[in-house]
Design a protein around this ligand. Structure first.
Ligand code: G3P
Ligand code: CA
Length: 392
């Protein structure tokens, strides 16, 4: 990553190779050691010590974190100041901006750099010619991309509801809210006494087009005196290389996101055969603990579902993570039936609310330390009434 001082994209494997050769062993042995490390997904064995650890006995129920996923996106178009503001009013402990870059290098809150699904860009004839097709993380996408717009241009757009068929009530806000910058989200959080939980989106891709996300993120955290804080900021990513870099640059808790399938794209791009499946093993979480402070797994990694959508027995992931000092913040808890396990659905109507409180209590009983949720009000209530013994 460009952030490595004086050694762009060299990676710690190479650093380890040099170190092993010089200090410890003949090159043959060093290569063997590196091959083993590579297979385990270890690319960086040094860096700042983790800044956060699981409290002894696990996180107390009252301290389970409620993270407003893209704001209170169950009630407002996601990644808008209105959505973040509502999440804060509902009692969220953290608000979560996903981050992408504009053409002029400003970080803005969007889940994707392709913005046709969450803004009214298609209704702007002056930008019609910017519609294009790009390969993002190996996937061909057609639409409009934030990196082709200056911040001033992006600010002329307005957010729209991503899933209008499920969240029709949110469409009344279509066209009313701008795309916020990271700084605007930070300003809101600081003024209201909540934390921020930014996620860098497509970091390898943004590196490849000269708009690396990490430099402006670090700069923003430093400018706001948030780069050495343990309870105001978490930084998360589905990729690994950028988290290892950030671990050397800032002193905030880092969270390795773990998808339900696939592999971190930075490793895919480098031909390193580490998958998310391998990252949830005991060995996998031990590797993560060398550079991060927590994991953010797809909730199905904590309690899987069968083919019909009913919950199975919890996996060992929470215990395995806790045993190496990692907190566990699964995603994403949403009230509508379509997102709930079959056990907690109220009907066949995908948009109707089911028993999110019941689902949350089950995950609380397994020992998670926080939850990403589109419905912070419900999670705050669920946390308040949770009784560990009764729910176990
Ligand atoms: O960051 C936690 C969760 O938000 C990851 O999923 O796709 O909603 O960013 P996504
Ligand atoms: Ca996210």
């Amino acid at each position: 990553m460009p952030l490595t001082p004086g050694a762009p994209d060299v990676g710690l494997l190479d650093n380890l190779a040099r170190l092993s050769h010089r200090v410890v062993a003949p090159r043959r042995i060093a290569v063997l050691v590196l091959a083993v490390l590579l297979a385990a997904g270890i690319q960086a064995g040094v860096g700042a010590a983790p800044v956060l650890a699981v409290p002894p006995g696990g996180t107390a129920a009252a301290d389970i974190l409620v993270i407003g996923h893209r704001g209170a996106s169950g009630y407002r178009p996601e990644h808008t100041i209105a959505a973040y503001d509502l999440a804060i009013r509902m009692g969220a402990d953290y608000i979560e901006p996903d981050l992408v870059s504009t053409k002029d290098g400003v970080l803005v809150a969007r889940h994707e750099n392709e913005i046709s699904g969450t803004t009214n860009v298609a209704d702007h004839p002056e930008f019609a010619a910017r519609k294009t097709t790009k390969l993002i993380d190996g996937v061909s996408l057609t639409g409009w991309f934030t990196e082709d717009f200056t911040l001033a241009e992006l600010k002329t757009l307005r957010a729209i509801e991503r899933i209008p068929d499920i969240r029709q009530q949110n469409t009344i806000y279509n066209g009313r809210f701008q795309v916020p910058t990271l700084q605007e989200v930070i300003d809101l959080a600081l003024s209201r006494g909540v934390g921020i939980y930014p996620e860098t989106k497509h970091p390898t891709y943004f590196d490849s087009i000269g708009l690396s996300l990490e430099e402006p993120l670090v700069a923003a955290l430093r400018a706001n005196d948030l780069d050495d804080a343990s309870d105001e900021v978490f930084v998360q990513s589905f990729e690994t290389t950028n988290l290892r870099e950030l671990n050397r640059l800032i002193n905030v808790p880092l969270v390795q996101l773990i998808a339900g399938s696939g592999a971190p794209y930075d490793l895919v791009a480098r031909g390193i055969p580490v998958t998310y499946n391998s990252m949830v093993t005991r060995r996998g979480v031990a590797v993560i603990a060398t550079y991060a402070d927590g994991i953010g797994p797809d909730k199905n990694r904590v309690i899987p579902r069968d083919a019909a959508g009913f919950l199975l027995e919890p996996t060992a992931l929470v215990n395995n993570a806790h045993n190496v000092g990692l907190v566990v913040h699964p995603y994403t808890f949403r009230a509508e039936n379509t997102f709930l396990p079959a056990d907690f659905r109220s009907s066949d109507d995908p948009a109707e609310y089911g028993d999110l409180i019941g689902e949350l209590h089950l995950f609380f009983s397994v020992g998670v330390d926080g939850v990403f949720t589109d419905n912070p009000d419900i999670a705050v209530y669920a946390r308040a009434i949770f009784q560990p013994a009764a729910a176990a």
